[in-house]
Design a protein around this ligand. Structure first.
Ligand SMILES: Cc1cc2nc3c(=O)[nH]c(=O)nc-3n(C[C@H](O)[C@H](O)[C@H](O)COP(=O)(O)OP(=O)(O)OC[C@H]3O[C@@H](n4cnc5c(N)ncnc54)[C@H](O)[C@@H]3O)c2cc1C
Length: 381
């Protein structure tokens, strides 16, 4: 049988997940080529900086929401059956303040903070079921609104559910390992034009197709040059303190693009304190003043982060970080097109939801790869 020679350009969560799904079909012979690989920390490489959790933000009925919906069962399976992937369940509380509605962060979280969001039936009480299917008390862990008398002053509504947090330092290498086990070859390379990547397949022959997973870099990549892409700068502080649950709110009083969220990475990955959602801001350097505001806000949101009476001096900092979320007007681009005679399937522009949409989006990209390869075959006949 003739094999499909495929190059996946990019080794972030989008490229690795797409390569992993492609490699599950023995007919696909896949090379992953990228400027940055797991283990690197760079402002041009978003994936290592993510929390990363599953807090759905895709508007009901959108392709984005569909990607998130399809991703949950896979993440859940990884938690239950693949501890080596570095993902765990976390109890989650999200808070909404109506006054944040028009802010950058309020709009980002509009779906997440609805009283009846679409995902309430997607993240059922799996944690409870997993822990102890017979203990009725544990069903309280189902998605539910917090009772009004438990809401702090200024909070208009809040929900509680079970989500996951991914330790990206474990999970990205895990994806590389899964791909390698299926025969995927990894190489470093930097390309000025997307079609040039077709010449870098490890077989030495021209690839039949390139999957473009270059994230924000698709803004300046030859053959793509997508003007709809822009960064949403996310600054974080990673600490050793562990409050034991995940929490997030619609906004802060420190600026409409300053966020507040906390999540504990699996397997000793530390706790991520965030953050910011600064659109069109490319600054790669952590802002020390913003870092202080982030830490103060997180303690306010979740006092159990530090010992009673302590402020930010009670935080044990591992590192500060900045990542640029690859946001795209109109949502992520999962499309196929011929560029300079080469089939290219795009899978980029996943903003702040690259992990939580990863399997749904990669699955859609894999379907487009199949369509394009079939068109190639028909053209040859
Ligand atoms: C602070 C922060 C928190 C986040 N939290 C979450 C979260 O909780 N949940 C969630 O789902 N998402 C989260 N995200 C978003 C998520 O990290 C991104 O959506 C995701 O990482 C994007 O992945 P990607 O593979 O598209 O891009 P990237 O990770 O940026 O990878 C791009 C790849 O393409 C390669 N590349 C680019 N150009 C070229 C070229 N010309 N030649 C060769 N290679 C090239 C790069 O080297 C790299 O390998 C967060 C992001 C940030 C910054």
């Amino acid at each position: 049988m003739e094999e499909n020679k495929i190059v996946v350009l990019g080794a972030g969560v989008a490229g690795l997940t797409t390569a992993y799904l492609l490699s599950q079909n023995a007919a696909n012979n896949v090379t992953v080529i990228a400027k940055h690989m797991p283990g690197d920390y760079d402002i041009e490489y978003c994936s290592p900086w993510a929390g990363a959790n599953y807090l759905p933000v895709g508007a009901q009925g959108s392709a984005h929401a569909e990607y998130e919906k399809k991703t949950w069962p896979v993440l859940q399976d990884l938690v239950k059956n693949h501890p080596e992937a570095g993902i765990h369940f976390q109890d989650t509380v999200v808070y909404n303040r109506e006054k944040d509605k028009q802010s950058a962060t309020g709009q980002w979280f509009a779906e997440l903070l609805k009283k009846e969001p679409w995902y309430k039936d997607v993240v059922p009480n799996v944690y409870a079921a997993f822990l102890n299917p017979f203990d009725v008390k544990l069903t309280l862990l189902q998605f539910r609104p917090l009772p009004a008398d438990q809401l702090a002053a200024g909070i208009d509504n809040a929900s509680f559910f079970t989500s996951v947090c991914i330790n990206t330092a474990i999970y990205l290498p895990w994806l590389v390992g899964q791909c390698r086990r299926n025969g995927v070859v990894f190489k470093r390379g930097v390309f000025k034009h997307v079609a040039d990547a077709a010449n870098a397949h490890h077989s030495g022959k021209k690839a039949d197709l390139v999957v473009n997973c270059t994230g924000l870099s698709s803004k300046k990549l030859g053959g793509v040059m997508d003007d709809k892409l822009y960064p949403a700068r996310g600054q974080i502080v990673i600490v050793r303190n562990d409050p034991g649950y995940m929490s997030s709110a619609s906004g802060t009083d420190d600026g409409e693009d300053e966020a507040v969220y906390i999540m504990g990475r699996a397997a000793g990955g530390g706790t991520i304190l965030g953050g910011s959602y600064q659109k069109h801001n490319w600054d790669p350097v952590p802002d020390p003043n913003l870092a202080i505001r982030i830490m103060k806000r997180c303690i306010e949101l979740c006092p159990s982060l530090v010992q009673e009476g302590q402020g930010i001096e009670g935080l044990d900092i591992i590192r500060h970080g900045v990542g640029l979320r690859p946001l795209r007007e109109g949502g992520p681009r999962v499309e196929k097109e011929k560029i300079n005679g080469t089939w290219v399937v795009h899978n980029y522009g996943h903003g702040g939801f690259g992990y939580q949409a990863s399997y749904g989006s990669a699955d859609a990209a894999v379907k487009l790869v199949g369509e394009a390869l079939r068109q190639n075959t028909q053209a040859k006949l």
